[in-house]
Design a binder for this molecule. Structure first.
Ligand code: HEM
Length: 320
C-alpha cells in the first residue's frame, strides 16, 4: 500500500468566477421552483427523514498524519445529525434516491475555512463513494435540467449532449440513484469530495460498528432507524482515507472512487447517536450544515467543493 502524500494539487479554471455565479443561479432557480410546490426548504436534500443527537469520541493514539484539527486531541464532542433524501423533491422514501447523513460536531475552536473563527466542524456525507459527475459543471447541468421537471430535463440532456452523451449521463445518474440501500444503520457513508487534514488530503467516511443486519426490504428507512435508536445508541466508526497520488486518488474527479486496497485508512473516532424528539428535528431543519463550516485545518479541496461554497450559501439564503 502506498503511503499518504502531501503532494496534492487543486486546479482552478480561468472562468471559475463566472461559473460560480451560474451555480448560485441554478441552485436559486431550483429552490424557488420546488418551494413554490412544497413550501420553504433546501434546494437539495429537501426531505429531512430524521434528526438525532449524540457524541463523536476522537480516539487516543492516532498516527501523526491524522492528528490535525478535530482529530488532534482525544475526547468526546457533542453532535447534531440530520438524515435526508438527496433530491429536491418531497417524495416517498421508496423512490430511488441518494441518502444524506450530515453531522455538526461541536466543541472545536479555531480559524474557520470560511474566515473568522468557528466552534463546530460539519461533515456532509452520502451513501456513495463517488458521484455520477466528475465536476460541478456536469452536476449543475443535471440540476438545471431537472428544474422544470423530468421530461423537460431529459429533452435538455439529449439536446445538449447528443444521443450517446445524453444517454451515458442519464444512465450514470440512474445507477447512482438506484444503488441498493440497506438502511442508515447498516450503510457506509462518504464525503466523496476531499478535504484537508492538516497538510494531507482525505475523504471522510462512516462505517457501521459491528455488523448490523440490513434493513428489511419491506421496511421504511425511517422506521428502521427509529426502531434501532429506540433500543440503544447506533454507532459508526469515522475513518480518514488518505490521498496517495493523483492517478489513484484524484482531487478533481468525484466520479472516481478512491480504492480501499491502495489507500491508507485510519479510524479516527466513533460516532454514537441516540433517539431524539421534535425539538431536535426542528433544530436540524433550521441548521446550516455546510462542507465549508469548519476549521481551516479541514478546508474543503477541489473545484466541486468551491462550487459547493456558492451553492450552499445560495440555498441557505433562500430558506428560513
Ligand atoms: C461531493 C459530494 C456531495 C455530498 C457528499 C453532499 C452531501 C450533502 C448533504 C448530506 C446535504 C444535506 C445537508 C443537510 O442535511 O442539511 C447536502 C445539501 C445540499 N447540497 Fe450537497 N453534497 C455533495 C455535492 C453537492 C454539489 C456538487 C452541490 C452543488 C453544486 C450540492 C448542493 C447542495 C445544496 C444546495 C444543499 C442544500 C443546502 C442547504 O440549504 O442547507 N451538493 N449535500
Amino acid at each position: 500500500m502506498k503511503p499518504p502524500s502531501t503532494d496534492w494539487q487543486e486546479r482552478i479554471a480561468p472562468d471559475e468566477e463566472a461559473h460560480l455565479k451560474h451555480v448560485a443561479e441554478v441552485i436559486g432557480n431550483l429552490q424557488r421552483h420546488r418551494s413554490a410546490r412544497y413550501g420553504p426548504g433546501r434546494a437539495l436534500h429537501r426531505k429531512q427523514l430524521l434528526a438525532t443527537t449524540g457524541t463523536l469520541e476522537v480516539l487516543d493514539g492516532l498516527p501523526e498524519q491524522a492528528r490535525h484539527g478535530l482529530f488532534a486531541t482525544p475526547g468526546a464532542h457533542r453532535v447534531l445529525a440530520r438524515f435526508s433524501n438527496g433530491g429536491p423533491e418531497v417524495q416517498s422514501n421508496r423512490t430511488p434516491d441518494i441518502r444524506g447523513f450530515a453531522i455538526q460536531v461541536f466543541g472545536v475552536d479555531g480559524p474557520s475555512a470560511l474566515g473568522g473563527t468557528t466552534d463546530h466542524q460539519d461533515f456532509l456525507m452520502i451513501n456513495q463513494d463517488r458521484l455520477p459527475t466528475r465536476d460541478s459543471r456536469e452536476f449543475v447541468d443535471f440540476l438545471e435540467a431537472a428544474t422544470p421537471g423530468v421530461i423537460a430535463g431529459l429533452l435538455h440532456f439529449f439536446k445538449a449532449h447528443g444521443l450517446i452523451g445524453g444517454f451515458a449521463r442519464v444512465r450514470a445518474l440512474f445507477a447512482s440513484l438506484g444503488k441498493k440501500f440497506n438502511g442508515f444503520a447498516a450503510e457506509r457513508f462518504s464525503t466523496v469530495a476531499p478535504l484537508c487534514c492538516g497538510p494531507y488530503a482525505v475523504r471522510v467516511r462512516l462505517k457501521p460498528v459491528g455488523n448490523p443486519p440490513p434493513s428489511a426490504r419491506s421496511k421504511d428507512i425511517v422506521a428502521d432507524l427509529r426502531e434501532r435508536l429506540a433500543i440503544g445508541p447506533v454507532q459508526w466508526d469515522m475513518e480518514l482515507q488518505f490521498f496517495v497520488d493523483e492517478a489513484t486518488t484524484p482531487i478533481e474527479d468525484t466520479s472516481k472512487s478512491w480504492p480501499d486496497s491502495e489507500t491508507p485508512i485510519v479510524t479516527v473516532a466513533r460516532l454514537s447517536l441516540n433517539a431524539a424528539g421534535d425539538a431536535t428535528a426542528k433544530q436540524a431543519e433550521a441548521a446550516r450544515f455546510d462542507p465549508w463550516a469548519g476549521l481551516a485545518t479541514h478546508r474543503p479541496l477541489g473545484e466541486i467543493m468551491r462550487a459547493r461554497k456558492a451553492a450552499y450559501y445560495a440555498s441557505q439564503q433562500g430558506r428560513p
